[in-house]
Design a protein around this ligand. Structure first.
Ligand code: SAM
Length: 388
């Protein structure tokens, strides 16, 4: 994660622009004054930098929730702030070479790109958790008429695969660094030919974090065109047994189970398991239904006369039977507005968000939650809490 360690922080007056970065505000944690967030915009990407002070160290780094890819934008913003404020840098990891960042940007898409207008021209194959990207790149090279969408939450893997896409000059891959479980909720119905879930993390101790679940399977079936397949490949006996049961729980299903099949391409993980002589299981679920079109035109506005005592909500969690809202941290800006960090949604796939709270209106920041049913339900609860 890009960061700089500095001797001391120097707070500038906002807004200002420097080295092509627009800095619009700084906000201070109401409980920990050394925890600050700085809003930066590089080209069309708006995100937060976070200042932290611990163990006698000052760190200026990228905020996790609003973090953008490629890292290039964050590095530019950190450098620009440090230069303008004359910060004395004790350590920095900003010097790595920025290869192909322009090409990288064309393959890497923000969630908004898919939320606003989902690509329509080609058949789509999805790969959930592509890791080193061996399988994704192989499929893209061998199936040029398909649009391959790779989804991965591990940012370093995304950066690595972006480099490979640029080197191999592939133009039929789009990458997204996002939770695939949330992503599926706004893929249009009947659009996907194949959805690969290869070697998902088994999460034996935290099963709620698993990719395969009842909601994931039903969303996958909705997205799959007739004859499309959801393809799980796993080395974990536990995960295989769990997935098999989850597929069997469907009222009607058509799936095929295979053991130790060669699929013509060996990923990094698979190489490791093969060396250990582990068994490898495939479950391929076929879709035979035509699904109703997706309804996701939700209104995420937050307007009215603020009723809630924001400072009193800070640190609290509101739970209901299908979800929760956790008010994680509260920051205050110079103009008296609040910047609230919260998580909300269902327990197994929460979304982390920021909201700028004003007297008569609040805005999700820097962009709206993705337009999924789960998020909309949480939004309605949040609206009722803030505005009655
Ligand atoms: C064990 S690795 C397997 C990587 C690759 N499929 C392979 O076969 O080598 C699992 C990958 O899934 C990613 N992952 C886990 N949960 C995810 C989620 N909800 N959405 C997207 N990616 C996820 C992890 O970051 C990790 O890179």
């Amino acid at each position: 994660m890009p960061h700089i360690q500095i001797k001391a922080f120097n707070e500038l007056s906002f807004p200002f622009s420097h080295e092509e970065i627009d800095f619009s505000f700084i906000a201070t944690n109401v409980n920990f004054p050394d925890d600050k967030l700085i809003c930066a915009t590089s080209e069309d990407k708006t995100f937060l930098l976070q200042l932290k002070h611990n163990e006698h160290k000052w760190l200026l780094k990228s905020d996790k929730v609003t973090r953008v890819s490629p890292n290039f934008h964050i590095k530019r913003a950190l450098n620009a702030y440090a230069n303008k404020a004359g910060l004395e840098i004790l350590f920095s990891n900003l010097k790595q070479k920025e290869m192909h960042h322009r090409q990288k940007e064309s393959a890497l898409k923000a969630i908004d790109f898919f939320a606003k207008s989902f690509p329509e021209e080609k058949e789509i194959w999805i790969e959930v958790g592509f890791g080193s990207g061996v399988h994704l790149l192989h499929q893209a090279q061998n199936n040029p008429d398909i649009l391959h969408i790779g989804i991965e939450i591990h940012k370093d893997s995304v950066e690595q695969v972006l480099k490979q896409i640029a080197i191999k000059e592939l133009n039929n891959i789009m990458l997204l660094d996002f939770d695939a479980r949330l992503f599926l909720e706004f893929v249009p119905s009947n659009r996907v030919g194949r959805n690969f879930v290869h070697f998902p993390v088994p999460w034996d101790k935290k099963p709620h974090r698993r990719v395969i679940s009842h909601p994931f399977i039903s969303e996958s079936l909705r997205c799959l065109k007739e004859g499309g397949t959801l393809e799980l490949r796993s080395d974990s006996e536990n995960y295989f047994a769990y997935a098999l049961q989850t597929f069997l729980d469907l009222n009607q299903s058509d799936f095929r189970v295979r053991k130790n099949q060669d699929i013509g391409i060996v990923s990094k993980y698979e190489t490791r398991w093969r060396k250990m002589d582990k068994n490898i299981y495939d479950i391929t679920l076929s879709n035979h239904e035509f699904s109703e079109p997706l309804e996701n035109d939700f209104d995420f506005s937050l307007k009215g006369r603020l009723q809630a005592d924001i400072e009193a909500l800070n640190g609290t969690t509101q739970k209901s039977k299908d979800g929760f809202i956790h008010f994680e941290r509260l920051y205050k800006m110079h103009n008296g507005e609040y910047l609230l960090r919260l998580s909300m949604g269902s327990f197994d796939k929460p979304e982390h968000l920021f909201i700028i709270i004003k007297e008569n209106e609040s805005n999700y920041f820097p962009s709206l939650p993705i337009s999924s049913r789960t998020n909309y339900q949480s939004h309605l609860k949040l609206k009722a809490l803030l505005y009655g």
